[in-house]
Design a protein around this ligand. Structure first.
Ligand SMILES: Cc1cc2nc3c(=O)[nH]c(=O)nc-3n(C[C@H](O)[C@H](O)[C@H](O)COP(=O)(O)O)c2cc1C
Length: 192
């Protein structure tokens, strides 16, 4: 697929920003442990308020005893395509600073930075990542023993890109990089 035919930035940016998108077609193949650690390494260098690094990733690889526990958290729509992912992640963030125990208002903002770094790294490696809100966060807290000091942010599917023809029909039609609002709709010089 030639993404440049579909996504055309108005101002020049590195191609890798438009090459990152969220496919649902995964091949079902595993990814190596060192590849997975490289993704976490990319996340590790994200910026954060007070360099607190509030992100934490719980994960399960396919064909391991933990997989079903993670898979069962997903809504049915996401289960339909995530069954071919290689790894499922639950991204959580520490709500208070470790150095003084005070609330960190930016914990999810910073965990979002880490997730984007991880997602961009998948593109550099010929892999793909797909963020998800469609899961039961309270069930995750219980079944994965997530302490109260963490907020449950999102789930992420990671894997090798697959064939869109293997997706259910409704998803097959939507399997393409999406567009964006114009810059003018989300910036304003000066106050709101
Ligand atoms: C926090 C978050 C939650 C999302 N939840 C879901 C989801 O539950 N199921 C799904 O299929 N896609 C989900 N997506 C994918 C978005 O729909 C997708 O990122 C968006 O349409 C932009 O497309 P792109 O990532 O391909 O550029 C989610 C993405 C993010 C970042």
């Amino acid at each position: 697929m030639d993404i440049k035919q579909i996504r055309q930035p108005v101002y020049p940016i590195d191609d890798r920003f438009i090459n990152r998108w969220s496919p649902r077609a995964f091949s079902g193949e595993p990814i190596r442990d060192d590849e997975l650690m490289t993704l976490f390494e990319a996340a590790r260098w994200a910026p954060s308020s007070f360099n607190a690094q509030p992100w934490f990733f719980l994960y399960a690889k396919r064909d391991t005893p933990q997989w079903n526990t993670f898979f069962d958290l997903l809504i049915e729509f996401n289960q339909q395509w995530c069954k071919n992912a290689a790894v499922l992640l639950v991204a959580i963030s520490r709500k208070n600073f470790e150095h003084n125990g005070k609330p960190n208002a930016n914990h999810s903002f910073d965990t979002g930075s880490a997730w984007q770094s991880l997602a961009l790294q998948t593109v550099f490696m010929g892999l793909a990542a797909h963020g998800m809100a469609g899961f039961d966060a309270e069930k995750a807290r219980v079944s994965l023993n997530i302490p109260d000091e963490f907020h449950v942010d999102a789930m992420i599917a990671i894997g090798k890109p697959g064939d869109k023809n293997d997706l259910p029909e409704a998803m097959r039609e939507r399997e393409a990089p999406s567009q964006r609002k114009p810059i003018g709709e989300f910036i304003k010089e000066g106050g709101f």
